[in-house]
Each structure stands twice: as C-alpha cells, then as structure tokens.
Write a protein of this length. Structure first.
Length: 128
C-alpha cells in the first residue's frame, strides 16, 4: 500500500473563475491573485495571507475536466497507487505529466468508486 505523503493542492475548474473566486474571498475572507492563462482566460490563486491555499481555474483552459473540488494527493509509490485504482473500484480519467513541483512530475486523475475525482501526484520522495 502506498503511503499518502500529503494533500498538495486543491483546485476546481469552473465556467466563471472570476465570480467563483470572488465568492470564496467574500465568504471566507481570502484574497485572490489572478493568473493570466492566455486567450483572455484568468485563473486565480486563493490566498490566506501570503500562502496559496486553493486554485479556481477557468474551464475554457481545461476542457472536458471534472467538476467540483479536486484534491491533489502526493503518494510515496506512484506506480503502485495508479495500478490499484481500477482493482479498487475506481477508474482512470487521465494520466499526465506536468511541471508542478518539478519538471516531468507524473499525475493521474482518478475517479473513486463514489464518482468523486482525486488527483494522484508523484512524490519527490519516490525519486530519491
């Protein structure tokens, strides 16, 4: 069994990132920092003081993505965790490589047996 390292990040993809990020700032007192995604699309880092705590992303930048909050969970043994998704009742929506914590970091967007999305992230500890 792969040990969970930590929840790395939580974000969501929405049709109106401006309106949704404003909601979280007004309700919870967060601040936001815009990130230009190109082609007139803006995503937001939601900040608690100087710390980024959430992401609100424009769905035009991420078409055909899952709805709702998406936790990114770092795992110690990425390959083993990915191999367990289907046999544990989930499904693989997409595997990808991004440059989140380092160039070439591997990710897997999985859907758990309840239908909720979760992103598995390769942990730096795995590379040591």
């Amino acid at each position: 069994m792969s040990k969970v390292r930590r929840v790395n990040w939580i974000d969501m993809i929405v049709p109106d990132s401006d309106k949704t990020s404003e909601f979280y700032c007004k309700v919870f007192g967060f601040e936001r920092e815009a990130e230009d995604e190109g082609d007139g699309h803006t995503s937001y880092h939601i900040k608690d003081g100087d710390k980024n705590v959430l992401g609100i992303c424009a769905d035009a930048v991420f078409p055909n993505w899952v709805k709702g909050w998406l936790p990114y969970i770092g795992v110690e043994d990425y390959d083993h965790s990915v191999s367990q998704i289907v046999s544990s009742g989930g499904s693989i929506h997409k595997e990808m490589v991004m440059n989140y914590e380092w160039e070439g970091q591997r990710f897997c967007l999985a859907i758990d047996p309840s239908g909720a999305p979760v992103m598995l992230c390769e942990s730096k500890d795995q590379l040591a």
